[in-house]
Design a protein around this ligand. Sequence first.
Ligand code: MTE
Ligand code: MO
Length: 406
Amino acid sequence: MDERAYDERRFGQWLSGQATGLDRRDLLKLAAAAGVAGALLPASPATAADGPIVKPLPPELFRTFGTNAETLWSALKDVGYHVPIDRFFVRNHTSTPIIDADAWRLTVFGAGLRGGPVEFSLRDLKRLPSVARSVTIECAGNGRSYFTTQQSQTVSGTAWGLGAVGVARWRGVRLSTVLRRAGLTSRAVDVQASGLDPNYVTGGVDLGPVRRPLPVRKALDDVLLAYEMNGSPLPADHGHPVRLVVPSWIGISSIKWVGRIEVSDAPLFSPWNTQFYRFFGPGFPADGQPFDRQSIKSAFELDPGATFPAGRLTWLTGRSWSAAGRIRHVEVSTDGGTHWRRARPTGPSIDNAWQRWEIDWRPAAGDHVLLARATDVRGNTQPDVARFNTLGYLFDAVVKVPVTAA
Ligand SMILES: Nc1nc2c(c(=O)[nH]1)N[C@H]1C(S)=C(S)[C@@H](COP(=O)(O)O)O[C@H]1N2
Ligand SMILES: [Mo]
C-alpha cells in the first residue's frame, strides 16, 4: 500500500471514529483537512528552538547543510573512541524540538498489544533495567558527495562528505523490555516509533512525523530506547529526552524525540521506507529496493586538502567501521592506490562501533592521494566503485583524499 492510500484510509477511519494511534500532528493535519476546531487537540510537550540545530556549530568542528551538520574528520584527531557531543553530526529533517522531559510521555499502542495504549514517563523508563552500549549512528547518505566527485554520477540529497557518522556510548532501556511491559503479543508484526519534531513537508506534501517501521524481530533484538549519550542526558539535537538507537541499521531507523510507538499486527509503511531509503536506478525494481543495514567505510582523521611538513615522519590516523561486524584489517595507500600497507589497529575493536588505526608516513614535497580500505570479520571489503542509486545511499567505495606536503 502506498503512503497516500494509507493516509486516506487513516482519514476515513478517523472520520468514522475507528481510528486509534493518531498523534497530535495527525490530528492537526486531519483537523485542517476536515475543518475541525483546533480546540480538540491535546497539548504537546514540544516547543520550537530558534534555529534548526540548538548546539553551536563552529566551522572548525562542522560543515553545515541547512538543517544538517556533518562532523569534520579533522575534529576527531586526538579525540577518544566516542565522538563528544559538541562534535557529533546532526541530521534533522526539520528542526530540533525543545521537549520538557517532565511533561513528556511515551505512548505505546496498536493491535499487536494485548490492550493499551500504555504510557511511560521518563521516570518509568529509568526505573527499568538499563544497558549501555557503544553504537555507531550513520546516515544512509554518508559519503554521498563521492558518487559525484569520484564516480561522476548525479544523485540527490545532502552532499555529505564522510562526516555523517559517529560512535557514542548510549544508555537506556531495551526496547524489548518496554514492549513486553506494554503487553506485546505474538500477533505483533511491525514496530514504528514516531518523532515529536515538526512534520516533514516536501514538495508541498505533508508527510507527517518522521517515522520508519522496524520488524518486531529487530525491535526485540538489540534496539535501545536511549536517554543518555556519553554519560549525559540526551542533548536536544540528538533526541532529548528519548531516542531509538538501532545498531547496524541506517541512521533513519534511530528515531529521535520518540513520542509514540505503534506495535501493529500488519506490515507498516511510511515515506521513510517507501519513497526514501530505498534503492532506485538502473538494475533496481521500478518501485525501488528496500534496505536497512549500513555498509563498510573508512576515514582519515583529516580534511581533504590537508598539508603536512615534507620529509618529516607523521602518523596518519583514521577509523573504519562495518555494519556486518568488527574490522579485521585496514590497508592504507599514500600513493594513489599503487602500494598498500597494513595500518596498525589502536584501541578497542567493538562490534557495531568502529576500529581506530594509525600508520606512519614520511611524505616527499608535493601532492599525494591517500586511500584507506577496510575488511571486516565477515570478509566484506570496500570496493573501488560504489553501486549507483539515484538517492545516493550506502557509498562504500574507497575514498581518494588529496593532501599536500610542503
Ligand atoms: N524524529 C526524527 N528522528 C530522526 C531524524 C529526524 O529528522 N527526526 N533523522 C534521522 C536520520 S536521517 C539520522 S541519520 C539520524 C541522525 O542522528 P543524529 O542527528 O543524532 O546524529 O537521526 C534519525 N532520526
Ligand atoms: Mo540519515
